[in-house]
Design a protein around this ligand. Structure first.
Ligand code: MG
Length: 285
Protein backbone atom coordinates (compact mmCIF):
# COMPACT_ATOMS: atom_id res chain seq x y z
CA UNK A 1 0.00 0.00 0.00
CA UNK A 2 1.10 3.56 -0.76
CA UNK A 3 0.09 6.29 1.67
CA UNK A 4 0.29 9.98 0.77
CA UNK A 5 -0.97 13.44 1.66
CA UNK A 6 -3.15 15.52 -0.62
CA UNK A 7 -2.18 19.20 -0.73
CA UNK A 8 -4.30 21.94 0.81
CA UNK A 9 -6.60 19.68 2.78
CA UNK A 10 -7.41 19.64 6.46
CA UNK A 11 -7.59 15.83 6.28
CA UNK A 12 -4.89 15.02 3.71
CA UNK A 13 -4.58 11.22 4.14
CA UNK A 14 -4.73 9.43 0.79
CA UNK A 15 -3.75 6.20 -0.93
CA UNK A 16 -2.03 5.88 -4.29
CA UNK A 17 -1.95 3.03 -6.79
CA UNK A 18 -0.20 3.50 -10.11
CA UNK A 19 -1.36 6.84 -11.50
CA UNK A 20 -4.49 7.07 -9.33
CA UNK A 21 -5.03 8.66 -5.95
CA UNK A 22 -7.97 8.46 -3.54
CA UNK A 23 -8.67 10.36 -0.32
CA UNK A 24 -8.88 8.04 2.68
CA UNK A 25 -11.42 8.92 5.37
CA UNK A 26 -10.91 7.24 8.75
CA UNK A 27 -12.26 8.19 12.18
CA UNK A 28 -9.62 10.02 14.18
CA UNK A 29 -6.98 9.61 11.48
CA UNK A 30 -6.43 12.67 9.29
CA UNK A 31 -2.77 12.27 8.34
CA UNK A 32 -0.18 9.57 7.70
CA UNK A 33 1.37 10.64 11.03
CA UNK A 34 -1.97 9.87 12.74
CA UNK A 35 -2.23 6.56 10.94
CA UNK A 36 1.25 5.45 12.00
CA UNK A 37 0.58 6.47 15.60
CA UNK A 38 -2.74 4.59 15.60
CA UNK A 39 -0.90 1.26 15.29
CA UNK A 40 -1.13 -2.01 13.37
CA UNK A 41 -4.89 -2.54 13.66
CA UNK A 42 -5.47 0.87 12.09
CA UNK A 43 -2.93 0.01 9.37
CA UNK A 44 -4.97 -3.09 8.47
CA UNK A 45 -8.16 -1.04 8.44
CA UNK A 46 -6.47 1.55 6.23
CA UNK A 47 -5.47 -1.13 3.72
CA UNK A 48 -9.08 -2.30 3.43
CA UNK A 49 -10.50 1.22 3.28
CA UNK A 50 -7.77 2.28 0.86
CA UNK A 51 -8.46 -0.57 -1.52
CA UNK A 52 -12.15 0.28 -1.47
CA UNK A 53 -11.48 4.00 -2.02
CA UNK A 54 -9.24 3.27 -5.00
CA UNK A 55 -11.98 1.09 -6.49
CA UNK A 56 -14.77 3.58 -5.98
CA UNK A 57 -13.45 7.12 -5.77
CA UNK A 58 -9.99 7.55 -7.35
CA UNK A 59 -8.73 10.55 -9.33
CA UNK A 60 -5.87 10.68 -11.84
CA UNK A 61 -2.66 11.62 -10.04
CA UNK A 62 -1.38 14.97 -11.34
CA UNK A 63 1.70 17.04 -10.43
CA UNK A 64 0.99 19.32 -7.48
CA UNK A 65 -1.64 17.06 -5.90
CA UNK A 66 0.62 15.58 -3.21
CA UNK A 67 2.32 17.10 -0.19
CA UNK A 68 5.13 15.60 1.91
CA UNK A 69 3.77 12.28 3.28
CA UNK A 70 4.73 13.17 6.88
CA UNK A 71 3.72 16.36 8.72
CA UNK A 72 5.67 16.31 11.96
CA UNK A 73 8.17 13.52 12.63
CA UNK A 74 9.68 13.89 16.12
CA UNK A 75 13.07 13.19 14.54
CA UNK A 76 14.67 13.43 11.14
CA UNK A 77 17.84 11.42 11.71
CA UNK A 78 20.34 11.14 8.89
CA UNK A 79 23.40 9.08 8.05
CA UNK A 80 26.46 10.67 6.44
CA UNK A 81 29.01 8.89 4.24
CA UNK A 82 26.99 5.67 4.07
CA UNK A 83 27.81 4.63 0.49
CA UNK A 84 31.05 3.02 -0.62
CA UNK A 85 30.91 4.90 -3.94
CA UNK A 86 30.33 8.26 -2.17
CA UNK A 87 33.30 7.65 0.17
CA UNK A 88 35.50 6.94 -2.87
CA UNK A 89 34.25 10.14 -4.55
CA UNK A 90 34.93 12.34 -1.50
CA UNK A 91 38.26 10.69 -0.70
CA UNK A 92 37.07 10.19 2.87
CA UNK A 93 37.74 7.04 4.86
CA UNK A 94 34.93 4.51 5.26
CA UNK A 95 33.29 5.19 8.66
CA UNK A 96 33.63 2.52 11.32
CA UNK A 97 30.14 3.18 12.62
CA UNK A 98 27.12 5.08 11.23
CA UNK A 99 27.79 8.83 11.21
CA UNK A 100 24.53 10.33 12.53
CA UNK A 101 23.36 13.91 12.09
CA UNK A 102 19.95 15.60 12.06
CA UNK A 103 17.75 17.81 9.96
CA UNK A 104 15.04 19.89 11.63
CA UNK A 105 11.50 18.86 10.65
CA UNK A 106 10.80 22.45 9.55
CA UNK A 107 12.91 21.68 6.46
CA UNK A 108 10.30 19.21 5.14
CA UNK A 109 8.59 20.07 1.89
CA UNK A 110 6.52 18.18 -0.63
CA UNK A 111 6.75 17.04 -4.24
CA UNK A 112 6.58 19.89 -6.78
CA UNK A 113 7.16 22.52 -4.07
CA UNK A 114 10.07 24.95 -4.50
CA UNK A 115 13.48 24.50 -2.92
CA UNK A 116 14.51 28.04 -1.92
CA UNK A 117 16.78 29.89 0.47
CA UNK A 118 17.33 33.43 1.73
CA UNK A 119 19.36 35.51 -0.70
CA UNK A 120 23.03 35.68 0.28
CA UNK A 121 22.85 32.81 2.81
CA UNK A 122 24.53 30.22 0.56
CA UNK A 123 26.01 29.90 -2.93
CA UNK A 124 26.52 26.14 -2.86
CA UNK A 125 23.19 24.30 -2.71
CA UNK A 126 23.57 20.62 -3.53
CA UNK A 127 21.27 17.61 -3.99
CA UNK A 128 21.42 14.14 -2.39
CA UNK A 129 19.05 11.33 -3.37
CA UNK A 130 18.30 9.13 -0.36
CA UNK A 131 16.15 6.22 0.69
CA UNK A 132 13.92 7.42 3.55
CA UNK A 133 12.83 4.99 6.27
CA UNK A 134 9.71 5.72 8.34
CA UNK A 135 9.45 4.14 11.78
CA UNK A 136 6.13 2.52 12.73
CA UNK A 137 6.57 1.36 16.32
CA UNK A 138 8.37 2.80 19.33
CA UNK A 139 11.67 0.95 19.76
CA UNK A 140 14.67 1.17 22.03
CA UNK A 141 17.71 -1.13 22.12
CA UNK A 142 16.34 -3.01 19.11
CA UNK A 143 18.27 -5.81 17.47
CA UNK A 144 18.26 -5.95 13.67
CA UNK A 145 15.20 -8.22 13.46
CA UNK A 146 13.25 -5.94 15.80
CA UNK A 147 14.46 -2.96 13.78
CA UNK A 148 13.11 -4.48 10.57
CA UNK A 149 9.77 -5.21 12.25
CA UNK A 150 9.55 -1.57 13.39
CA UNK A 151 9.63 -0.08 9.88
CA UNK A 152 6.31 1.35 8.66
CA UNK A 153 7.50 2.12 5.17
CA UNK A 154 9.96 3.63 2.73
CA UNK A 155 10.03 6.86 0.76
CA UNK A 156 12.34 9.08 -1.29
CA UNK A 157 14.10 12.12 0.10
CA UNK A 158 16.39 14.84 -1.15
CA UNK A 159 18.89 15.77 1.57
CA UNK A 160 19.46 19.26 0.14
CA UNK A 161 22.68 20.68 1.57
CA UNK A 162 24.37 24.09 1.60
CA UNK A 163 27.99 22.93 1.19
CA UNK A 164 29.55 26.29 2.09
CA UNK A 165 27.66 26.39 5.40
CA UNK A 166 28.24 22.68 6.01
CA UNK A 167 32.01 23.02 5.84
CA UNK A 168 32.23 26.49 7.46
CA UNK A 169 30.12 25.44 10.46
CA UNK A 170 32.06 22.18 10.98
CA UNK A 171 28.76 20.50 11.78
CA UNK A 172 25.86 20.05 9.49
CA UNK A 173 22.53 20.93 11.08
CA UNK A 174 22.15 24.51 9.79
CA UNK A 175 23.42 23.63 6.30
CA UNK A 176 20.87 20.86 5.95
CA UNK A 177 17.91 22.38 7.81
CA UNK A 178 17.13 25.49 5.78
CA UNK A 179 13.36 25.65 5.19
CA UNK A 180 12.47 23.51 2.11
CA UNK A 181 15.77 21.57 2.23
CA UNK A 182 14.06 18.21 2.88
CA UNK A 183 11.78 17.34 -0.04
CA UNK A 184 10.01 14.07 0.81
CA UNK A 185 7.71 11.69 -1.03
CA UNK A 186 5.78 11.44 -3.21
CA UNK A 187 4.39 8.70 -0.93
CA UNK A 188 5.33 6.13 1.71
CA UNK A 189 5.39 2.52 0.48
CA UNK A 190 4.79 -0.25 3.00
CA UNK A 191 7.49 -2.96 3.32
CA UNK A 192 5.38 -5.75 1.79
CA UNK A 193 5.09 -3.75 -1.43
CA UNK A 194 8.58 -2.20 -1.35
CA UNK A 195 10.57 -5.40 -0.90
CA UNK A 196 14.31 -5.59 -0.17
CA UNK A 197 15.59 -2.11 0.80
CA UNK A 198 19.17 -3.14 -0.06
CA UNK A 199 18.39 -3.78 -3.72
CA UNK A 200 16.94 -0.49 -4.99
CA UNK A 201 18.22 1.86 -7.66
CA UNK A 202 18.67 5.52 -6.68
CA UNK A 203 18.85 8.26 -9.32
CA UNK A 204 19.12 12.05 -9.18
CA UNK A 205 18.63 14.27 -12.23
CA UNK A 206 19.15 18.02 -12.55
CA UNK A 207 17.37 19.61 -15.52
CA UNK A 208 16.97 16.11 -16.95
CA UNK A 209 20.68 15.22 -16.76
CA UNK A 210 21.51 12.17 -14.63
CA UNK A 211 23.85 13.17 -11.81
CA UNK A 212 23.52 10.22 -9.42
CA UNK A 213 22.80 6.61 -10.44
CA UNK A 214 23.59 3.92 -7.91
CA UNK A 215 21.99 1.27 -5.75
CA UNK A 216 21.29 0.77 -2.07
CA UNK A 217 23.50 -2.33 -2.35
CA UNK A 218 26.38 0.21 -2.04
CA UNK A 219 25.33 1.11 1.53
CA UNK A 220 28.06 0.60 4.12
CA UNK A 221 25.52 0.18 6.96
CA UNK A 222 22.26 -1.39 5.79
CA UNK A 223 18.85 -0.10 6.89
CA UNK A 224 18.33 -2.59 9.72
CA UNK A 225 21.79 -1.85 11.17
CA UNK A 226 21.14 1.92 11.05
CA UNK A 227 17.78 1.58 12.82
CA UNK A 228 19.22 -0.77 15.45
CA UNK A 229 22.27 1.49 15.98
CA UNK A 230 20.11 4.60 16.44
CA UNK A 231 17.73 2.81 18.81
CA UNK A 232 20.62 1.99 21.15
CA UNK A 233 21.12 5.71 21.73
CA UNK A 234 17.64 7.21 21.42
CA UNK A 235 14.09 5.91 21.50
CA UNK A 236 12.64 5.86 18.00
CA UNK A 237 9.02 6.98 17.87
CA UNK A 238 6.23 6.18 15.40
CA UNK A 239 6.57 8.56 12.47
CA UNK A 240 10.28 9.22 12.93
CA UNK A 241 12.13 9.60 9.64
CA UNK A 242 15.62 8.32 8.85
CA UNK A 243 17.55 9.38 5.75
CA UNK A 244 20.02 6.63 5.00
CA UNK A 245 22.74 8.45 3.05
CA UNK A 246 23.52 9.30 -0.54
CA UNK A 247 25.62 7.60 -3.22
CA UNK A 248 28.24 9.15 -5.55
CA UNK A 249 27.39 12.04 -7.85
CA UNK A 250 26.49 15.02 -5.66
CA UNK A 251 27.33 18.41 -7.17
CA UNK A 252 29.96 19.60 -4.71
CA UNK A 253 32.37 16.77 -5.51
CA UNK A 254 32.08 17.03 -9.30
CA UNK A 255 34.92 18.59 -11.30
CA UNK A 256 34.06 21.39 -11.73
CA UNK A 257 31.47 21.54 -8.92
CA UNK A 258 27.82 22.01 -9.89
CA UNK A 259 25.30 23.70 -7.60
CA UNK A 260 21.58 24.35 -7.86
CA UNK A 261 20.33 27.73 -9.05
CA UNK A 262 16.91 29.32 -9.42
CA UNK A 263 15.00 27.82 -12.32
CA UNK A 264 16.61 24.38 -12.05
CA UNK A 265 14.54 21.23 -11.70
CA UNK A 266 15.89 18.47 -9.47
CA UNK A 267 14.40 14.98 -9.46
CA UNK A 268 15.34 12.21 -7.07
CA UNK A 269 14.05 8.72 -7.76
CA UNK A 270 14.00 5.66 -5.54
CA UNK A 271 13.08 2.44 -7.33
CA UNK A 272 9.77 1.20 -5.96
CA UNK A 273 8.75 4.63 -4.65
CA UNK A 274 8.82 6.93 -7.66
CA UNK A 275 10.10 10.34 -8.70
CA UNK A 276 10.23 13.29 -6.29
CA UNK A 277 10.57 16.46 -8.38
CA UNK A 278 11.18 20.00 -7.11
CA UNK A 279 11.95 23.27 -8.83
CA UNK A 280 14.51 25.65 -7.41
CA UNK A 281 12.74 28.87 -6.58
CA UNK A 282 13.89 32.46 -6.45
CA UNK A 283 15.60 33.49 -3.22
CA UNK A 284 13.37 34.19 -0.26
CA UNK A 285 13.92 37.04 2.14
MG1 MG B 1 22.68 13.00 3.07
Amino acid sequence: MRFAHLTARERPLAVVEGDRVAALAMDGVATVDDLIAAGPQAWDAARDAGTAALDSDADPLQPGMLDAPLRAPSKVACVGLNYHDHCRETGMATPERPLIFAKFASSLTGPDAPIEWPEGLTDQVDWEVELGVVIGRRIRHANEREALDAIFGYTAANDVSARDLQFADQQWVRAKSIDSFCPLGPMIVTPDEFGDPQDKQLVARVNGETMQDSTTAEMIFPVTEIVSFLSRACTLEPGDLILTGTPWGVGGFRDPPVFLKPGDTVEVEVEGVGVLANNVGRSTT
